[in-house]
Design a binder for this molecule. Sequence first.
Ligand code: ADP
Ligand code: MG
Length: 308
Amino acid sequence: MKEFELIARYFQQPTLSWCNDIISTSIGDDCAVLNIPEDQELCVSMDTLVEDVHFPKQANPYDIATRALCVTLSDLAAMGATPVGFTLALTLPNADEPWLKSFSDGLIEIAQEYQCSLMGGDTTKGPILVISIQVHGIVKKGCALKRSGARVGDKVYVSGNIGDGAGALPVVLQDPCLQTALTSRYHKPFPQVSYGQSLIGVASACLDISDGLIQDLNHICKSSGVGMVIDSSKIPLSEMLLKKYSKHQALEYALTGGDDYQLAFTADATKNIPAPAICIGRVTNQTDFEVRTSQNIDFQLNGYNHFD
Ligand code: ADP
Ligand code: MG
């Protein structure tokens, strides 16, 4: 199959690639063309997923696609942005049609759910599967949720259960095609897009938890020039995580595991904090980061780092 046929058949589908008030030109020209409303700013983020590094090669192509798009949309959620469209750079060892069909079906599910159109991309042949997705979203001028605004006295919140993504990983690695409630947390994390939007004017700093709660909260501390005290007993853990793992293991996944894609944010507690935020600590004027645990637990307090 020729490259252009492949693009037309699997990517240039109306359910996946569309135009609207903002996207005036989509797949099929040299560039996508975006018309950004005057009172809005464009937020852009990119994620690359390499086979057997960021996902198991043997996983269902549908799941690979949902994960790739969800984790990238999560960055828009963290800024409070509304998704508009994405571009896709795909390096494939071969043009396997059933694989491409399932992959594009996975993209369609998430593109529809978050109203994010595939606007263009690049398709190349290469030795291994590499997927790069760049998302574009819009946010009202000056309103993007940054990492740098945390103030001493703010409380620290998360948007939901932490640790499921990391708890799912060993199961996914053992059987990449197994479909359970826990593995779906890995294959299809929920980018907190509408929740992120509800934090505009509320959160002083925000990010999505991709590399582990401690490492990610540290990014807010560094950017904002503050410290934090986190009470580990307040961190919400799902029942399914606690059913599979000991409390200690579940908490270790939550603190250091990554792949959660919940939002972590700081806010002045007198503000109206939208549900279901859970307060897990506070911002201090120390420059260090402290995790208080009720038991005497020794955690390996570092998250995922690509060059470790
Ligand atoms: P060019 O040669 O101008 O770079 P291409 O021949 O690579 O353009 O692509 C033709 C059209 O198909 C362009 O609009 C491009 O954005 C789109 N496209 C190519 N690959 C993909 C892909 N994987 N997903 C979505 N659109 C793609
Ligand atoms: Mg061109």
